[in-house]
Structure formats: structure tokens, C-alpha cells
Design a protein around this ligand. Structure first.
Ligand SMILES: [Mg+2]
Ligand SMILES: [Zn+2]
Length: 267
């Protein structure tokens, strides 16, 4: 069965800022963050910053209130909802953490559109402190990828997703991201997949400086409007080609007329 899996980075892709910087900055930790940034990997630094904020009397409610101020562009919200309604499967691969991502997505009514959130695990301990852990426990072993930070190789996550999809039949992947960490997963995509790097951001620079390294088709985007336009166009192309091949078994979650209308959008 043909199906489309959309894999989104979170910071500067779904939201237009960095949730780590926003929370730390919003709660008075910006100076310490800047001071420690050159000395520690970001994930380790965030573990430290959460302890610092807690010691300064900042509560989970303060963090949550701060996260709820993060806007998501209406066109990104509509792109996500339309893709979900068209039967795409949506997943997140992010170096933020579960608490930040779930708080922001549920505040905007988007959490249920995503079937999987791959990120650094976090939980609230008995003292009311947010504890963040590395996705990959690099204290016990290295993930072995030199392109990625020690706590997370997004390429390995995408490989695991691809393996699990193989068992469900043929699937097409569209990967969207902006950062350096999104380059490794872009290299794991194959012909028939798509990568959507954000134009003029680090992953776009890496991809465009050596385009032969990428087997997937590259479709850049710059802002929310362009992301919606490019993403829905790609979904249409994939669905129509599957239809022509007689391989069309996607199960749109929209009423038939609305589905036809989306397919007819001229590009
Ligand atoms: Mg990002
Ligand atoms: Zn990697």
C-alpha cells in the first residue's frame, strides 16, 4: 500500500524559534545559557539550565506558560491539518524534549495529528523540576555517528522508521528540517523520498554545497506560506502518481469532495 510519512524537525521548522532558547531566555537564564553554550552540548546544557531555573524558584507552570506563548504560523497549522486529513502519517524527530513539544503542540490543537514524537525524554520529578534526558544514552555507548551530537543521531531514527515502514509495504518519506542535525537523516533518504530543507538555514547550506550526496528529491522552502505550498504540492504529486500506478489505497480522512478539491489545487 502506498502511503506518505512526513517527518518534521520541530524548532525553526514547525515553530519559527528555538524552544530551548525561548524558555531559558523567558525565565531569566539567558546570560548563563550564553556563558555555558561554548562548553557543553546543548542537551547537557538544557539539563543544567532546568536545575538552575528550578533553583531560582521557576515552576513547571512558569515553563508551561512560557511555551504557550510560542506561536505556530496559521499556514503551518493548516499544512499539518491538511496533510493529516489526506491520510499522511506525521512524525517528529527533534533535539528538544517531550515536555516542550507536547505542551506547544497540544496548545495549538495539533498533538493528535502526530503518531510519533522522537525526542529527548523528559519528566517532572517529585520536586517539581523538569528532568531532561538524552535520547541516546551516550554515557553507556556512542551511537557512532560523527555528524550528530552525542545525545541524538536523527539519521539512525530515520533508518529505524524506514525499517518499520518496510514491514507495512511501500511508503514515501518527506523530511522537513532546518538545522545541522537534519543533514544526517537527509543522507539516509533514497530515491522516491523528498527532503525539504529550509532555505538559507544550515541543512540547506550543507545539502546545496554537495547535492550529489542526496538521493532524495530536494524541495526547499523559506517561510510558512512556502512550506504549506511546497508540502501540499508534494503530497498531491505522490498521491496522483500512486493513483496512476493503480496503487492508490491511501485513506483520506477528509470527505471525498474536500479531498478532490485539494488534489485539484493548481501548481
Ligand atoms: Mg530545527
Ligand atoms: Zn547521525
Amino acid at each position: 500500500m502506498e502511503g506518505i510519512v512526513l517527518i518534521f524537525d520541530f524548532d525553526k521548522t514547525i515553530i519559527d524559534c528555538d524552544s530551548d532558547e525561548l524558555v531559558v531566555g523567558g525565565l531569566g537564564g539567558a546570560a548563563l545559557l550564553q556563558e555555558l553554550l561554548p562548553t557543553l552540548p546543548l542537551n547537557t546544557l538544557m539539563v543544567r539550565m532546568m536545575s538552575y531555573l528550578h533553583s531560582q524558584g521557576k515552576t513547571i507552570q512558569d515553563i508551561s506558560d512560557c511555551l504557550k506563548t510560542v506561536p505556530i504560523d496559521p499556514q503551518i497549522i493548516s499544512a499539518i491539518k491538511t496533510a493529516y486529513a489526506l491520510g499522511c502519517e506525521l512524525r517528529i524527530v527533534s533535539d528538544a524534549n517531550t515536555f516542550f513539544i507536547k505542551t506547544i503542540l497540544s496548545h495549538h490543537g495539533l498533538l493528535e495529528c502526530f503518531s510519533e514524537i522522537n525526542t529527548n525524554p523528559s519528566f517532572i520529578d517529585d520536586d517539581g523540576k523538569l528532568r531532561i534526558f538524552p535520547y541516546h544514552d551516550f554515557h553507556s555507548s556512542s551511537h557512532g555517528c560523527t555528524l550528530c551530537p552525542p545525545n541524538m543521531c536523527k539519521g539512525l531514527i530515520v533508518e529505524r522508521i524506514k525499517e518499520s515502514l518496510l514491514q507495512e509495504g511501500k511508503r514515501r518519506i518527506v523530511y522537513l528540517g532546518d538545522g545541522k542535525g537534519d543533514y544526517c537523516p537527509s543522507l539516509k533518504l533514497v530515491e522516491g523520498d523528498f527532503v525539504m530543507p529550509r532555505k538559507n538555514y544550515p541543512v540547506w547550506e550543507l545539502i546545496t554545497s554537495n547535492p550529489l550526496m542526496i538521493k532524495a528529491e530536494v524541495c526547499e522552502w523559506g517561510d510558512a506560506e512556502e512550506m504549506e505550498e511546497v508540502l501540499l504540492k508534494l503530497i498531491n504529486i505522490i498521491l496522483l502518481s500512486a493513483q496512476e500506478e493503480g496503487n492508490f489505497q491511501a485513506m483520506p480522512r477528509l470527505p471525498h469532495e474536500a479531498f478532490q478539491q485539494v488534489l485539484r489545487v493548481p501548481h
